[in-house]
Design a protein around this ligand. Structure first.
Ligand code: MF3
Ligand code: CO
Ligand code: CO
Length: 331
């Protein structure tokens, strides 16, 4: 994939070299994100139904393709609406001086108010995830754990929300700007938002899964950004992470066709630097090695006979990345 180079003209049309415009490393680079302390567990009231990995301790729901009938689709829509609402309310709380733990509190209370369980809380990996959202600041690629670090002017933060309600998971994320964010970093965020929508727009029944990556990776490269290879989207429904794995980087073998009724996520992570990353000692947080900013957006998507539908939208058509009208998927 030919990535826009430093001495090429910037993608924005300014006429300046990329390295003096949206590719300006001196403006993009941040201090490495230091880890703060993680607060005590937030309780979930008894009446909220837990997913199996919390209640039983293991995933018992089928991990194959998540294909819906009318009845399960209604429940899936409900879970996705809740996730969208939690993301909007949590995003509205992003501000200079607010800690990511305070964002977790806003999200946690909203899930509960809406009758949902925060899917990430006690989600298993090598270690149980301890919080109700992921908050990934600047050069944290994904899975940042909310903690005591206050957001600073110039930061960007991805808030990733997954709600479990009516037996279904809905998963959505957006990257928010904190205070005054420089133009090169805004360009990364806006490009990642558009890349996600382009990937979604490429979904159509009968077409191979590869279409998503074909829409995302060359677009990101034309703007000088990389796309994280190892983390992809995933089937989602009664199971949080199910098949298929959705690659955001072009993979020849991705020939499985989209099927009407399938639900999965599209959630590309775009990088401004070399793209290499390492996991922190907490067993979750993935930091880029060069502490250059990264951004991510995510939606849960349904394959329809006509094409696709974004499910992680509020009742009145809003998302953290604009209203459904404004989301006009690129052709
Ligand atoms: N919401 C993330 C995703 O998009 C998964 C987070 S799992 C956690 O798939 F345990 F790290 F929270
Ligand atoms: Co996801
Ligand atoms: Co997510």
């Amino acid at each position: 994939m030919q990535r826009l180079r430093n001495n090429d003209k910037c993608w924005c049309g300014s006429g300046a070299k990329f390295k003096r415009c949206h590719g300006d490393v001196r403006r993009l680079q941040r201090d490495p994100v230091e880890l703060g302390s993680v607060s005590a567990e937030r309780p979930v009231p008894e009446h909220i139904t837990r997913p199996d990995y919390v209640a039983v301790g293991s995933v018992t729901t089928p991990t194959g393709l998540q294909i819906h009938d009318d009845e399960s689709l209604e429940r899936m829509r409900a879970a996705c609406r809740v996730a969208a609402e939690v993301l909007l309310r949590t995003g509205a709380a992003v501000d200079v001086g607010v800690t990511t733990d305070e964002l977790d509190a806003v999200a946690h209370d909203t899930y509960i108010e809406l009758g949902a369980y925060p899917s990430t809380l006690h989600y298993g990996g090598a270690r149980d995830y301890p919080k109700s959202i992921c908050t990934s600041v600047n050069g944290v690629v994904c899975h940042g754990i909310p903690d005591s670090r206050p957001l600073r002017s110039g930061d960007i933060v991805n808030v990733d929300v997954t709600a479990f309600v009516e037996g279904m998971h809905g998963d959505t994320s957006a990257t928010f700007c904190v205070g005054e964010v420089d133009e090169p970093t805004r360009g990364l965020v806006e490009t990642t938002r558009e890349a996600t929508l382009r990937g979604i727009a490429a979904v159509s029944p009968g077409e191979p899964l590869r279409r998503i990556a074909e829409a995302i990776e060359p677009f990101a490269a034309s703007r000088g950004y990389g796309v994280v290879k190892e983390y992809g989207g995933h089937g989602i429904g009664a199971t949080f992470h199910a098949t298929p794995h959705i690659n955001h980087c072009i993979t020849r073998g991705d020939t499985m066709p989209f099927e009407v009724g399938m639900t999965f996520t599209v959630e590309p992570m775009l990088t401004t630097g070399s793209g290499g990353y390492r996991q922190a000692a907490d067993g979750w947080t993935e930091h880029v090695v060069d502490s250059m900013p990264t951004a991510q957006f995510e939606h849960t998507v349904l394959v329809t006979p006509e094409g696709r539908e974004i499910l992680t939208v509020t009742e009145d058509g809003r998302t953290a990345a604009g209203t459904l009208d404004e989301l006009q998927l690129p052709a």
